[in-house]
Design a protein around this ligand. Structure first.
Ligand SMILES: [Zn+2]
Length: 131
């Protein structure tokens, strides 16, 4: 799995180098591929399976540093990205039988259509409350 993920991440990163050099420069700082990118947030997946987040502070011109994702963010962002890349599915933690559904989105994972739920990050259940 590790060798496969390493190659997968490097291939995606190489694609971004061609399609979006500015984004690629940011991703190189994190050392991973773009898992998700939207207004104000970039999410990167590194070859070791860790997930990193860079949030933009609208009030600041200084770029925020990459930070490691929380357990919930990692699971949710991987879940969302696995719709596009099924290769990522083995990285998503299995839902324990007693894990309650997320109350914010009623377990759907999304608020309106493609807007990721800010509580569970698309997962539909909460990792921390299940632990
Ligand atoms: Zn939710």
């Amino acid at each position: 799995m590790m060798d496969t993920l390493d190659a997968f991440v490097r291939d995606r990163l190489a694609e971004t180098a061609t399609s979006n050099p500015g984004l690629h420069a940011s991703l190189q700082e994190a050392g991973g591929m773009l898992l998700m990118g939207t207004m104000g947030i970039e999410v990167a997946l590194k070859p070791d399976g860790s997930v990193w987040v860079r949030e933009e502070d609208m009030a600041s011109t200084v770029r925020q540093p990459w930070r490691i994702a929380s357990v919930q963010e990692r699971a949710g962002f991987l879940n969302d990205a696995s719709e596009r890349w099924p290769e990522l599915r083995p990285l998503i933690p299995a839902r324990p039988s007693g894990a309650p559904s997320c109350g914010r989105c009623n377990g759907s994972g999304y608020i309106i259509q493609e807007i990721i739920c800010p509580s569970c990050r698309s997962l539909g259940w909460l990792v921390e409350s299940a632990a």
